[in-house]
Design a protein around this ligand. Sequence first.
Ligand code: SF4
Length: 237
Amino acid sequence: MTKRILPNCARCPVEACVLPIKVNDELSIEKAPNFCPMKVMPDVIERALLEYDRPEIKELARQASIQEFECYEHLPEGIRTKNPRILELIEFAHKCGYSRLGLAFCGGLSNEARLLTDILENNGFEVASIMCKAGAVPKERIGIRPDEKIAGPEHWETMCNPIMQAEVLNAEKVDLAIMLGLCIGHDTLFIKYCRVPMTVIAVKDRVTGHNPLAALYLANSPYYGRLMTRTKQASGP
Ligand code: SF4
């Protein structure tokens, strides 16, 4: 049986999809590698493109692209970046005509949630916010054992409840849900159940100031070099 080729843009040596050509030049994918998704699954790419024909999707994509453009400035010395993500969030939400925002945040980032709410309200938005522990459901409800509680077996521990967070923001019919620092896995559930447009302002990373890429940038150094160690799972049985 022939092995299916996985799309693998991360290992692409040419990036033929973004070659610096002029607007009227023809873009060729001839030099793209065999694992290029444009070669492996052109039908999927074609189908995805059709989604942009839906007017509301096209408009969202258009505004996102304009937002991307506006995050650079063209100076005599060249192009440089200018906006932090929080500013981008505000500008993008205004562009899309959103007025009611929903903040789904982790209890470990309550201060950040308050700050962000202040900033968003100061910029004219109405903000509904919901912390992960709302509902006050004990962890036993999802089968957590006493020895799996962070504070210890004898303590009550409220479970994170991302499905509830998503449903509260769905019920409030917010124009845009914003995820702030949800744990890995809890964010997966939030995204699965969130039925309004959604974006992320920060993801949880307890040891890098919520900047997971910091560990990545150190992966080729002695400090987090262990991340590059090939594991038993990668070597197979
Ligand atoms: S789409 Fe094709 S050419 Fe572009 S980065 Fe991916 S593999 Fe490379």
